[in-house]
Design a protein around this ligand. Sequence first.
Ligand SMILES: CC(C)(COP(=O)(O)OP(=O)(O)OC[C@H]1O[C@@H](n2cnc3c(N)ncnc32)[C@H](O)[C@@H]1OP(=O)(O)O)[C@@H](O)C(=O)NCCC(=O)NCCS
Length: 429
Amino acid sequence: MTDSLTVRDNRTGLEYDVPILDGTIKAADVGKIKTGEDAPGLAVYDPGFVNTASCRSSVTFIDGDKGILEYRGYPIEQLAEKSNFLEVAYLLVHGALPTKAEYESWVHEITYHTFVHENVKGFMEGFRYDAHPMGMLMASVGALSTFYPDARNISDADNRHMQIVRMIAKMPTLGAWSYRHAQGKPFVYPDNELSYTANFLSMLFKMSEQRFEADPRLVKALDVLFILHADHEQNCSTNAVRSVGSSQVDPYSAVAAGVAALYGPLHGGANEAVLRMLRRIGSKENIPDFIKGVKDGNERLMGFGHRVYKNHDPRAQIIKKACDDVFEVTGVNPLLEIAQELEKIALEDEYFVKRKLYPNVDFYSGLIYEAFQFPPEMFTVLFAIGRTPGWLAQWLELVQDKEQKIARPKQIYTGDRTLDFVPAAERWA
Ligand SMILES: CC(C)(COP(=O)(O)OP(=O)(O)OC[C@H]1O[C@@H](n2cnc3c(N)ncnc32)[C@H](O)[C@@H]1OP(=O)(O)O)[C@@H](O)C(=O)NCCC(=O)NCCS
């Protein structure tokens, strides 16, 4: 077997051997196929990069057909059960699990960078009372680049490390403050005695008590949710981070682009849609009618189906387990019963089986977030906090990758050409 593709260009009758490496051909090799010396090379048209590899990456592996998700080679199930978010963040950023000393130093560094400059507090207070927390998060992450202008020195490894620590550390502070602002409640400063996730809950919910100590089962559940969202290879927001980062801008600006991409309903908003759907169904008796509507093509069963996972979404099964732990503390969300029955019916229905539609990560995550009493606008903020180590690991890989160039796709031009400009005074005369 030869690892190459023989292409015959019927426009010229010429044949080309295009090497195949790692299951891909190089776009530059396709570009050598031309109708003449000065003619443009053949290009690939791929809106949304559906079948285009933009990088080599050793961060996350996904096999959608088999329902496999691994960070740096470790299965998500094992990490969710036996690790914690900061250790997973270390693994993603550094590529290997930490030694005891490395872990302690990492946790110490992140814990002691959770505070933000008082001016950040000042400008966050300046947002409108009803500002969306994702808009506030996006703006404040971008603004951090002005507080740390040295961050633009991205070729210095120590400097990169510093910004990575700062960003993972400050994200919960900014996220929690975005929430408190909408609630009209005072901002709560970080408590360095608490774990990463417990501190986040404290900054969200603390009022007049000396110390806010969340139930450990809730802390664990939220920590697991962060782990599940920590990376997902070249998704829309990661691609945004890489694309913006490819201009060699500082990492705060690149991650702000990731937050912006996540803000969009096609990326981070499906769990909210699941809650709306469950509420509309209202009771178990209405499920058959609803399913009929889905099968008739009137609407989609939100939280089902995935572009990549065609067997099961491994994250969905872990979240289902976390649901039990959370509801043990908060009491059962009445929508859970509807969700479970809906899942059972759909998984037995030929329509869903035939199309390989299974619950995805968003089917149950909204129920958990609601049990924590988060308003739906906060769901994506939680996603962003979890995804930050993944964005940074991918950014780090990008800036050290000699093969990477500034992101600059081609286009197929469809507009006019060589028109003669007539000044306004003559056109309107
Ligand atoms: C995630 C999603 C966008 C993936 O879409 P995709 O891979 O492009 O799949 P397609 O849209 O091509 O769908 C393939 C078939 O399954 C059907 N389908 C896909 N998701 C469906 C859903 N949630 N409910 C009902 N039918 C669905 C489509 O109608 C299509 O059927 P057809 O072949 O008869 O036309 C899609 O499954 C979806 O919209 N899910 C609901 C939203 C959601 O939960 N998003 C969060 C993702 S993490």
